[in-house]
Design a protein around this ligand. Structure first.
Ligand SMILES: Cc1cc2nc3c(=O)[nH]c(=O)nc-3n(C[C@H](O)[C@H](O)[C@H](O)COP(=O)(O)OP(=O)(O)OC[C@H]3O[C@@H](n4cnc5c(N)ncnc54)[C@H](O)[C@@H]3O)c2cc1C
Length: 420
């Protein structure tokens, strides 16, 4: 069997006979991080492996992770604690993490020349802050282990025979293998190739698929003024979520204004909750721009600032309190005359300002959907996958890895009489 690599010239020379069947020990479907690691490791252990990717390149999504910097692992070496971060289903990962946890991930990349750097929230990024470095290591790994890589190759279906997958079908060829590892990802950010194809095959093969929903999703809000703050990132703020006057969630950290609403880590973390609550009725977000100061302390701080800017106009007195782009918005919302001399500000006006800084209201109207979602919640039910081997409990020769598995799902689904 010829080996072929991501080399346009070599691709051109491949036989185009649509009835041709190529045989491998293992076929890995999907060239994202899960597929690349699975293919590389299988080849390292001696298997003849093909990695099949529909895009023209591998790791298209990986390159946009962590804003192009790729938060590739977490600074947590206790397997249980790391698994807990995945929520209720984290236990499913014990076995995998005990073989290849955060320490092993760091060693894997470090031994190949990419050191990790711990950042806020114990997230680990490549030292030089470039997701491409991570992708380069993975591609080099595949090449060194002589994994056959098929690019521009969309799997259009799977063929089943005697309780096993016998072939996967491409437009112009068929691939036969003893084992298939399905790493086709979820449905989030479909523009990167993750269009949920794997769910369809899994269902065809008798697996239960928890209906995928967007998780870690930006929010649309009804306030028109958010557009004026587009691109503004706020650090160390607190965000509270309310429905019918009851607090439902609270986060502290970083958020971002966009042209349609809000995004950033704390918003994304709340988005799944918000999506669920919106089904029952309206919700409110209360943004505290100064969580370290209570109302009294903030009042004192503002009075000090006003004293400092005595004789100047109001709009020029807020530079120490707010990011520049936020000043006109807060002034407009406060209704205070922007050219008013600070000395003439009334107590009532000061209170209005404090209220805006501590309790700025945002009204979520919906999530942005899969197109801009960071991950998918739901997918192939993890209980139908052996957590030691990732082998399907239903079909003997298929394995799942990566986002396609429902580990991130934390709800209750009743489907086919099974309660998850
Ligand atoms: C904006 C953004 C930022 C993120 N940041 C981070 C981060 O910093 N850290 C982190 O850990 N995670 C991050 N994630 C999540 C992370 O990218 C995914 O969880 C991860 O890529 C999942 O890997 P995967 O290999 O399972 O699937 P994917 O990366 O989705 O790869 C699946 C591959 O399968 C291919 N495929 C699908 N269908 C077919 C088919 N029919 N035939 C052939 N090929 C097919 C797709 O083209 C794709 O290349 C981020 C995601 C987004 C969208």
């Amino acid at each position: 069997m010829d080996r072929f690599y991501p080399d346009k010239q070599k691709e051109k020379n491949l036989p185009k006979d649509r009835h041709l069947v190529w045989f491998f020990d293992i076929a890995v479907i999907g060239g994202g991080p899960a597929g690349m690691m699975a293919a590389g490791r299988a080849a390292e252990l001696g298997a003849k492996v093909v990695l099949i990717e529909k895009n023209e390149t591998l790791g298209k999504k990986l390159l946009i992770t962590g804003k192009g910097r790729c938060n590739f692992t977490h600074n947590e070496f206790d397997i249980r604690k790391l698994a807990e971060k995945f929520g209720r289903n984290g236990r499913f990962l014990y076995s995998a993490l005990s073989v290849f946890g955060a320490r092993e991930v760091i060693d894997f990349f470090e031994s190949r020349g990419v050191k990790g750097k711990v950042e806020q929230g114990d997230r680990i990024f490549p030292e030089k802050g470039n997701a491409q470095d991570i992708l380069n290591v993975l591609i080099k790994y595949l090449t060194e282990e002589k994994v056959n890589i098929l690019l521009n190759s969309e799997i259009t279906g799977v063929k089943q025979k005697k309780g096993k997958i016998s072939q996967v079908l491409l437009r112009d060829r068929k691939i036969s293998a003893d084992k298939f590892i399905i790493c086709a990802g979820g449905k989030a950010y479909p523009q990167t190739g993750s269009t949920g194809d794997g769910y369809r095959w899994a269902e065809q093969l008798g697996h239960t698929v928890i209906p995928p929903v967007p998780a870690l999703n930006p929010l649309k809000t009804s306030e028109g003024w958010v557009k004026e703050l587009q691109g503004l990132s706020l650090k160390n703020v607190s965000l509270k979520l309310f429905q019918n006057g009851k607090k439902k969630d609270e986060r502290f950290g970083e958020m971002l204004f966009t042209h349609f609403g809000v995004s950033g880590p704390i918003v994304m973390d709340m988005s799944k909750n918000i999506g669920e609550l919106l089904k029952d009725g309206p919700v409110k977000l209360i943004l505290d721009l100064k969580p370290a100061l209570d109302f009294k302390k903030l009042d004192k701080r503002i009075q000090r600032d006003l004293q400092k800017f005595k004789g100047r106009i109001f709009k020029n007195s807020l530079k120490g309190l707010l990011p520049l782009s936020m000043i006109p918005v807060i002034i407009k919302l406060s209704g205070i005359e922007s050219n008013k001399q600070v000395d003439h500000l009334t107590r009532e006006e000061r209170n209005k300002l404090i209220h805006l800084l501590k309790e700025l209201e945002l009204t979520p109207t919906g999530l942005l959907g899969f197109k801009w979602s960071v991950v998918t919640s739901g997918g192939v039910v993890h209980r139908e996958v052996d957590s030691n081997t990732m082998c399907s409990k239903k079909i003997k020769n298929i394995y799942f890895a990566g986002e396609i598995v429902s580990v991130n799902f934390s709800g209750v689904v009743r489907r086919k009489n099974i309660v998850y």
